[in-house]
Ligand binder design. Structure first.
Ligand SMILES: [Zn+2]
Ligand SMILES: [Zn+2]
Length: 160
């Protein structure tokens, strides 16, 4: 019988299923919508990068990055062009130029530009490459001078 309590419980279950689905599979697109990328896993890591390569590529002081397992990131529509400013190969939409992905050399992970993720998904845990920073960001996250230890760097931080 559809009592109010049963209906409420069913609604909660459906909401949980939808949340679950949204967490596991998302689709991002470039600004012109020609490129669509399906992502089927949680981010491995999320952070801000202040390196001069990201500055050159983005035209901004720093960028937000979410790293995903490479196997979980698939281009489903459109064409990405690969470009490299200094060191890191990045990919942008062949039509509108939106920077979408970065290939991380040596590890099987792909960096996704955080501004393309669904609202609320990007939850950065630290800042990296702060030695290059042109705009100090004062927040409660760790500010690593280079790469953090689990990225093969050191624990050295900058004092902002
Ligand atoms: Zn585009
Ligand atoms: Zn960078």
């Amino acid at each position: 019988m559809a009592t109010a309590e049963n209906v409420a419980r069913a609604r909660t279950e459906v909401a949980t299923l939808v949340d679950d689905f949204l967490m596991r599979e998302i689709e991002i697109s470039c600004m012109c919508d020609a490129v669509r990328v399906r992502i089927t896993d949680e981010p491995v890591e999320q952070f801000y990068c202040h390196c001069d390569d990201c500055q050159a590529a983005s035209g901004g002081a720093y960028i937000g990055v979410a790293l995903f397992p490479a196997s979980a990131v698939k281009v489903t529509h459109g064409e990405l062009h690969t470009f490299t400013y200094r060191t890191l190969p990045r990919q942008r939409c062949a039509k509108c130029g939106t920077h979408v992905l970065a290939m991380v050399p040596g590890i099987d992970q792909v960096g996704v530009k955080a501004n393309l993720l669904p609202r609320g998904m990007f939850q950065p845990r630290f800042h990296i490459q702060c030695q290059y920073a042109v705009l100090p960001v004062r927040d409660n996250l760790p500010h690593y001078r280079g790469f953090p230890p689990h990225f093969g760097g050191t624990d050295e931080k900058v004092d902002w």
